[in-house]
Write a protein that binds this ligand. Structure first.
Ligand code: ADP
Ligand code: ASP
Ligand code: MG
Length: 474
């Protein structure tokens, strides 16, 4: 039994045509004697809209919240009707969709009276996205002749109670997956479950954080010892830069776990940062693939990447960051000072991306959504504090920056017209990052891309695609 976990993102289930493409891909795997376990995201943009409905309800805008919900109901119903041609089957699915939206509307009405949007309620509201999409995809698979069975992710992915970014409890997940998924796979059925959503041990709905369906896929793949974990999305794989920013970005054919983890952490949205972990633990290859272009080989993420002649594999950008400068004359080197600073970030559960120190100051970068005023207030007991938002971290990743002379000079020469605020070369020696103004970020990526991907190594990058691109534009 060659078990493969196939995770399909929002764009791969965004409408009836996308779901039909997804069904064809899964059918192909079954025909090739693979045993797929399918994990799906909510239909594209649904999570954002559910969050908007929650925010409206929490401000007392009951009508606004319900009208978002009613538009979503119509979109799901229309898609269901288009997907399921047999009336008795579509009637059952439509009834299920209506039941879910009726209960969502009840939650939104309650929230618009209570006006208190807790992380727990927020998770309950967004969970409808994946609860709906997983049901619709199951029905569509059955319609396409796949022996699919819906599995409730909340009965399998058990987490702690840190709503909105819950941490999985591996032992329990393994037990549940073996109880609830494995018997289905052994009967050659195809389980279909929602990504991103989970529940704590008491059964209360939680979520794994935005983009978390990739994480669900990797968790399931890890506990079931899958042969491969496939992340199906709307681009050909991991690219040398975000193709939305850099249209001539190239597909990276193969990359190491370490490099991919670094890219994901530093903003390459194509993969959730935690995805790699469960795969690394069991050395399961992860493949990033395009559901709109299933013939393309995508990107293979494996433990040891082959040697690459180009210094960098990809450029990632993390936006919406802030810099906090902590300035205290002659304090810095005193024993325990850094510890006190980090204690403040720890207290606010705020991860720090980059740190740089001088004799008198420490600069740290954090997500702008963090509780900055509260953090600054606590830090000001230790020193003078300033913070500034609208910053971006550009991160260049590649195994071969190790020990190459002159790389930093080339990087900073490529962006010599841009003001750099902070610089760091990670201890892993596979990343070089720097902080700039958010407005300069896209321009910086394009300049760097032009410099470093002029003559890419054909063993690692898909250079044929570039030839096509050049041919079609001439
Ligand atoms: P999904 O809904 O399938 O999870 P996402 O929108 O989360 O898809 O991720 C795919 C998007 O990630 C792409 O459309 C692309 O714009 C963006 N992206 C950012 N950086 C990269 C990169 N280095 N390689 C590929 N895609 C990237
Ligand atoms: N639907 C969730 C989100 O948009 C999870 C995911 O798609 O990975 O964040
Ligand atoms: Mg994603």
């Amino acid at each position: 039994m060659k078990l493969v976990v196939m995770k399909f993102g929002g764009t791969s289930v965004e409408d009836a045509a996308a779901i039909a493409r997804t069904a064809a891909i899964v059918k192909g795997r079954v025909a090739a004697r693979r045993s797929p376990v399918v994990v799906v995201s909510a239909m594209a943009r649904v999570t954002d809209q559910l969050l908007r409905a929650a925010a409206a309800a929490a401000q007392g805008d009951r009508t606004g919240a319900l009208s978002i919900s009613s538009r979503l109901r119509a979109r799901h119903r229309d898609t269901a009707c288009e997907l399921i041609k047999r009336p008795q089957h579509s009637a059952a699915l439509l009834e299920l969709i209506d039941q879910k939206f009726d209960s969502l509307d009840e939650v939104l009405r309650g929230l618009s009276a209570l006006l208190d949007l807790t992380p727990r309620i927020s998770d309950l509201i967004v969970s409808y996205g994946e609860r709906l999409s997983s049901r619709m995809v199951t029905a569509a698979f059955l319609e396409h002749g796949i022996d699919a069975v819906h599995a409730d992710a909340r009965q399998i992915i058990v987490t702690d109670s840190e709503f909105q970014k819950a941490a999985p409890l591996d032992g329990l997940i393994e037990q549940r997956a073996q109880e609830k998924l494995l018997p289905l796979v052994q009967q050659r059925k195809v389980p279909v479950m929602g990504g991103f959503i989970a529940a704590n041990e008491a059964g209360v709905t939680t979520t794994l954080g935005r983009g978390g369906s990739d994480y669900t896929g990797a968790l399931v793949g890890g506990v079931l010892n899958a042969e491969a974990i496939e992340i199906w999305t709307d681009v050909d794989g991991i690219m040398t830069a975000d193709p939305r920013v850099c249209p001539d970005a190239l597909r990276v054919k193969v990359i190491s776990f370490e490099e991919a983890a670094e890219l994901a952490y530093f903003g390459a949205k194509v993969l959730h940062p935690a995805t790699i972990l469960p795969a690394v633990k069991k050395n399961i290859p992860v493949q990033v693939l395009n559901s709109r272009n299933a013939k393309c080989d995508g990107t293979r993420i494996i433990s040891l990447a082959p040697h690459c002649k180009s210094p960098f594999k990809s450029i990632a950008v993390k936006k919406k960051l802030s810099i906090i400068d902590v300035v205290a004359s002659r304090m810095l080197m005193t024993h325990g000072y850094m510890h006190q600073i980090f204690e403040v970030f720890d207290k606010h559960r705020c991860p720090v991306d980059m740190v740089s120190t001088s004799e008198v100051s420490v600069s740290l970068t954090v997500d702008s959504n963090s509780s900055l005023p509260e953090i600054a207030a606590d830090l000001s007991r230790l020193a003078d504090v300033k913070y500034e938002g609208k910053k971006a971290l550009v991160c260049m990743v590649g195994e071969d920056i190790r020990g190459q002379n002159g790389i930093a000079a080339q990087v900073f020469n490529a962006i010599r017209h841009i003001n750099v605020r902070m610089i760091s070369q990670g201890a892993s020696e596979i990343n070089m990052s720097f902080m700039i103004e958010e407005d300069d970020a896209d321009e910086a990526v394009r300049s760097l891309h032009k410099t470093f991907f002029q003559n890419p190594d054909p063993a690692v990058f898909d250079v044929k695609a570039r030839k096509h691109l050049l041919a079609s534009s001439s």
